[in-house]
Design a protein around this ligand. Structure first.
Ligand code: G
Ligand code: G
Ligand code: NA
Ligand code: MN
Length: 254
């Protein structure tokens, strides 16, 4: 309850911020994009993890305003980095189930792209299976509209929900993100290897790009590269960074 009332004020008091975690293309060895991850700097409690406040924001509906803020901030940071001379990076932003169900989502995205000047091809939205399951029919229509605008669509935490396979066919996805629980078990667990290998083959068969999240070791990276995984994200490369640090990280990587 304390968090809920605090969250209502967090937006206006500018206590929310975004950190950015870089993604590495395994074929070109270049940073190709970043995922925007929300943070809440509470005036007395300090940094609060999204794992704690996103569920509350989702329940109370505050996520709609927060998500809109995050999208606007992320697009504007992406354009600012370009102006500072960084190469074009794809900006990935998480979309919650509630946002996906919002009637105004499409017009909000269009307005934010227009105002920021970010090319739609450089934006990607990350959704979870739970989000599309809530109202599959409506979701297909919304997702097709988003793809029609040229925006990328990633399915997040893939492999942890239900009916994964049918969703891969029904939804116009461009990217599959393998859940980090599979990546974590890659080194010792042959079942995790079999699952990871299958997801990569399946996604490529459906002409989707594969991102592995939560990559922490070279062993994991080597396995993923040998299986043709396209992109990795995780502490091995970098933790999520504040905007200026991300800018320096990418600059130093070139
Ligand atoms: O950054 P961290 O690993 O602590 O994130 C925890 C969870 O919060 C993850 O599942 C992540 O997807 C989610 N999350 C982080 N930022 C956002 C956001 O801007 N919007 C939504 N909907 N979820 C987010
Ligand atoms: O659900 P989602 O994929 O959006 O969650 C992203 C979360 O995972 C972020 O909170 C981020 O801080 C965390 N994360 C990013 N890289 C790693 C990693 O290599 N290992 C672990 N354990 N968590 C990570
Ligand atoms: Na995500
Ligand atoms: Mn994820």
């Amino acid at each position: 309850l304390i968090l809920e009332s605090g969250l209502r004020r967090a937006l206006v008091r500018e206590e929310l911020l975004l950190h950015y975690q870089p993604k590495l293309d395994l074929k070109t060895q270049r940073i190709v994009g970043v995922e925007a991850l929300m943070r809440w700097r509470h005036p007395t409690l300090g940094m609060i993890s999204p794992a704690q406040f996103i569920p509350i924001a989702e329940e109370t509906g505050l996520i709609e305003a927060m998500g809109q803020w995050a999208l606007r901030q992320a697009c504007s940071d992406a354009v600012a980095w370009r102006r500072q001379g960084l190469p074009a990076l794809q900006m990935s932003v998480n979309l919650s189930p509630r946002q996906l169900g919002s009637r105004t989502l499409i017009s909000e995205i269009a307005t934010i792209l227009d105002e920021s000047g970010l090319e739609p091809e450089l934006l990607e939205l990350e959704i979870t299976e739970g989000a599309v399951m809530k109202n599959a029919e409506q979701a297909v229509t919304v997702l097709e509209t988003i793809r029609g605008m040229g925006i990328g669509l990633a399915i997040d935490d893939f492999g942890t929900g239900y009916s994964s396979l049918s969703y891969l066919r029904r939804f116009p996805l461009s990217t599959v993100k393998i859940d980090r629980s599979f990546i974590h078990d890659l080194s010792e667990d042959t079942d995790a290897q079999a699952l990871t290998d299958s997801i990569i083959t399946l996604a490529h068969g459906l002409r989707m790009q594969v991102v592995a999240e939560g990559v922490e070791t070279m062993t994991q990276l080597d396995h993923l590269r040998s299986r043709g995984c396209d992109v990795i994200q995780g502490y091995l490369l970098s933790r999520p960074l504040p905007a200026e640090e991300l800018c320096r990280f990418v600059g130093g990587y070139l």
